[in-house]
Design a protein around this ligand. Sequence first.
Ligand SMILES: Cc1cc2nc3c(=O)[nH]c(=O)nc-3n(C[C@H](O)[C@H](O)[C@H](O)COP(=O)(O)OP(=O)(O)OC[C@H]3O[C@@H](n4cnc5c(N)ncnc54)[C@H](O)[C@@H]3O)c2cc1C
Length: 553
Amino acid sequence: MNKPVLLVVDDDPQVLAAVRRDLRSRYREAYTVVSASSGQEALSTARELKGRGDALAMVISDQRMPGMLGGELLALSREVYPLARRVLLTAYSDIEAAIRAINEAHLDHYLSKPWDPPEEKLYPVVDDLLDAWQAESLPEATGLRLIGHQWATRSHAIKDFLASSLIPYRWLDVERDAEARTLLEAANIPSDALPVLIFEDGSVLTNPEPRQVAERLGRPLLAAFDVYDLVVVGAGPAGLAAAVYGASEGLRTILLDRHAPGGQAGSSSRIENYLGFPAGVSGSDLTRRAITQAQRLGAEVLAPLEVTGVSIDGGYKHLALTDGRELVTRTMLASTGMFYREHPAPGVAEHTGAGVYYGAATTEAPAFRGRRVLVVGGGNSAGQGAMHLARYAADVQIVVRREGLGETMSRYLIEQIEKTPNIRLRPRAEIASVEGEGHVERVTLRFLEDGSCRSEEADAVFVFIGTRPRTDWLPAGVLRDAKGFVLTGRDLMAAEPYARTWKEQREPLLLETSVPGIFAAGDVRAGAMNRVASAVGEGSMVVRLAHEYLALT
Ligand SMILES: Cc1cc2nc3c(=O)[nH]c(=O)nc-3n(C[C@H](O)[C@H](O)[C@H](O)COP(=O)(O)OP(=O)(O)OC[C@H]3O[C@@H](n4cnc5c(N)ncnc54)[C@H](O)[C@@H]3O)c2cc1C
């Protein structure tokens, strides 16, 4: 296998030579640096590389070139190598064009010329983007392969677990890929044992549970200690932030998640409004960075591991885990977020995992290349899901009960949707039923103006509505509002049962619940802002508050 390629493009021979020199001096061991002097030449080089089966990791292109602008080249290069990282090289006077290109062509970064010293201005950016590329890409013939039926719920569960756990794998649909059948025959695996995972060393796991996959991949599933200063339950942005701050501030910290780290944010194809990422950041990239940071600072991270209950013994909290074990801690953070409630329309439950998916657009989108899909919901998560699906599906329809998206979706997403020709809005409509033999084939829409219904062909429905907090595992003493969201701090003091419940001589701390030493942060908390940044902010604050609580006890 040849080394992956870094392609640099500039019509100015001096600049081209300088980028090539700087990239070679640092990356030549692991990558081949290839150059082109125009957009057209770069595109034909990319197509040649593709024809030879080589990997292209990054394209760095100058903006101002005759014939084809850098932004246009980078947009076109995505059609040849969708995963390659794309960087625009600009003069200071072109920064506006670069920002426009980030919005229109979804570039990963822009670099201003000159980039001296490269150790400060070039390599950190390239290192970071190459790390992200490596985490996503997998050589065709090697690595982990998952074989199964596209419409089987079990296949979807394992796909979702691998993707959320940031484990690169190759999906082979047993009905479509001849290679899948050859591999099954070679390994003597009957078709009723699917889905099956084939590892790089040839070993197999048939119809596995996510926990078995994690074990087989050597992920830690047992806590190193019996007693912790801080147990964080739920590894979405709030929990990840608490783990980073807890570990860095000397608390013995462990982070648990029932599924995989990342939470709702992990399923986002592109978070555009998180501070410090001008080109946006995918949920998986943000999660990968956060886990690395938390572990580097000394936090333990265990997943999949669910907390099923909590009992209180003086100042200590005992957490019951699904594996039958128990963890003891002095402070605890509930950062278990929210999940999508089941859509009540007939046919939805039977087709869940077989064409109906809850917020799982990033995992399943490639399976719907050239097909017709519906997105239900008008919030930002639905908008992002639709944008991501539009890269694959021929026709994406957003079904909303309101007149439009103006009241529920951010302006930047509405603008992106309006500019995407294969996305259509179906306003004042709802899903009345979902039908199909073994998988979704048709959807009946009900139009709210006159109550009429129409059946239409569809291959999948992605549901992004009806969120509910995950709080059923918390002890009854943790007060919640009428919808089940956890009350903290001042909101708690305003609640009617507060006087009966709170027995301390002090007021509850800002994010403290009605059980002293149990905190709540992020979407699970009553009054949360439902944003990545606010969840991260609250998770970080909890560590200060945990210190305060520990000093009081
Ligand atoms: C598709 C999508 C796109 C979005 N885009 C944006 C955006 O662009 N910008 C933005 O600011 N916000 C965005 N959001 C909202 C943002 O992702 C959430 O506000 C944020 O993730 C909330 O973080 P959290 O840590 O509170 O909870 P969550 O992210 O919900 O994480 C909770 C975690 O707890 C785990 N868990 C639950 N119960 C248990 C248990 N009993 N034991 C162990 N673990 C448990 C879950 O598995 C989950 O991983 C988006 C949301 C979605 C779904």
